[in-house]
Write a protein that binds this ligand. Structure first.
Ligand SMILES: *Cc1c(COP(=O)(O)O)cnc(C)c1O
Length: 401
């Protein structure tokens, strides 16, 4: 496959990456998605939009984020393989999610919308979007299950301080799935004045494409920075995959290079259904949340219950582009267990002075395994976020190691 023209050809006009992607939603929502696609294809390619987004990234987000060489961690592996991290933990608000939320917020402003709408589970996407809304002077409605509101008090407080309306959803199990349904319903009613903002490379077209494009700044920066630092490209690039946005961001910079690319899925407590959220590794093709991809299903064919120690990774499917790049063999998907992840979390904290998000620790864990198998060379890991949000949980569950 020729990756020279990959970004011109994928996705197709209708949002397909091979058989995956597309848009499987009710007709009234399709009209709203078509409006977003049309606006994205014109506004976001204009030099005015691009230069404003560049300015925001530099002056507000603190981009470019650096790459750090993990000397002590690499030495501890002892075979000469060198590990580097792209520091998305140093992006404003502490994770990569702001990269696409600022793009979506700027698009909303250019489209003349007054409000952004989204759901959130653990609250990370809600906080990033509330930040963008405050910056652009947009109203922000975040739908959140009552159970999650109780569990994620600090993120609920952040969203409220940033001026967002956190709308409690009490239907059914009162978690993420019900929040998605409530947010979609509200959007159906309000789409003339509002735009729905998805938090990863998932959902109906154009979101997998749009979020990938906004995140691609990570890969573009990383490729150039790594080359400046070392005079060559890394031998391997590694990122964790929940929905897959941080991974598509860094991977997109290296698809056309002789670089091995690894997506790391959460293996949780084990390989039985319900113990993990490794959608590509153990899933099959299916449609959910408006797109066709690879997903974990229960015996009725519905999205299966999933688990991961990292709340940002417990999603029963993944972005359609990952499913495609998996099938054509360009990207290899591997796993890290909870235990390997927590070991990596403490290793990075102790040896490098960087406390990573538990999500990102999955990528570090796999990179440490991979480094042991390689005889020489270098690995670049996308460190998608910082671990401040995970402190209380780590101390309560694992104590100080
Ligand atoms: C949300 C989140 C993830 C998972 O989302 P992707 O779309 O798979 O990138 C990973 N890391 C951090 C820090 C997150 O907040």
């Amino acid at each position: 496959m020729d990756f020279d023209t990959y970004f011109k050809n994928y996705p197709t006009k209708d949002g397909f990456f091979g058989r995956y992607g597309g848009s499987y939603i009710p007709p009234e929502l399709q009209a709203a998605m078509d409006e977003i696609t049309e606006a994205y294809n014109t506004i976001c390619k204009s030099s005015k939009f691009i230069s404003e987004l560049r300015r925001i990234r530099k002056e507000f987000q603190g981009r470019p984020t650096p790459i750090s060489h993990l000397e002590r961690l690499s030495d501890s592996i002892g075979n000469g393989v060198q590990i580097y991290v792209k520091r998305e933990d140093l992006n404003h608000t502490g994770a990569h999610k702001l990269n696409h939320c600022m793009g979506e917020g700027l698009l909303a402003k250019y489209m003349g919308k007054k409000k952004v709408i989204a759901e959130t589970g653990a609250g990370q996407h809600g906080v990033a979007l509330a930040t963008a809304a405050a910056y652009f002077g947009l109203e922000c409605d975040i739908y959140m299950g009552a159970v999650d509101i109780k569990k994620q008090a600090p993120n609920v407080a952040r969203m409220k301080i940033l001026g967002a309306n956190v709308i409690e959803v009490t239907d059914g199990l009162a978690t993420l799935k019900e929040a998605v349904d409530a947010a979609f319903m509200a959007y159906c009613k309000e789409y003339k004045d509002a735009i729905y903002c998805i938090g990863s490379v998932v959902g109906p077209h154009p979101f997998p494409m749009m979020v990938r494009d906004f995140q691609s700044v990570v890969g573009i920066e990383a490729r150039e920075q790594f080359h400046d630092m070392t005079g060559e490209l890394p031998d391997a690039v590694v990122a964790c995959v929940g929905g897959g946005s941080n991974a598509m961001g860094i991977f997109s910079g290296f698809l056309n290079d002789p670089v091995n690319i690894y997506g790391v899925e959460p293996l949780g407590k084990g390989t039985s259904l319900g113990e993990h959220a490794a959608s590509i590794t153990y899933g099959t093709e299916g449609i959910m949340h408006g797109f066709n991809s690879i997903m974990l299903k229960d015996e009725k064919g519905e999205p299966a219950p999933v688990y991961s120690v990292a709340s940002g990774l417990d999603y029963p499917s993944c972005g359609p582009e990952h499913a495609f790049l998996h099938d054509i063999g360009r990207i290899q998907y591997e796993t890290a267990t909870d235990e390997e992840t927590i070991d990596a979390f403490f290793a990075l904290s102790r040896m490098e002075g960087i406390i990573p998000a538990i999500e990102s620790s999955h990528a570090v864990a796999y990179a440490m395994k991979l480094a042991k198998q390689m005889e020489k060379g270098s690995i670049l890991v996308n460190l998608s976020g910082r671990g401040d949000k995970d402190m209380d949980y780590i101390i309560e569950k694992y104590g100080i190691r």
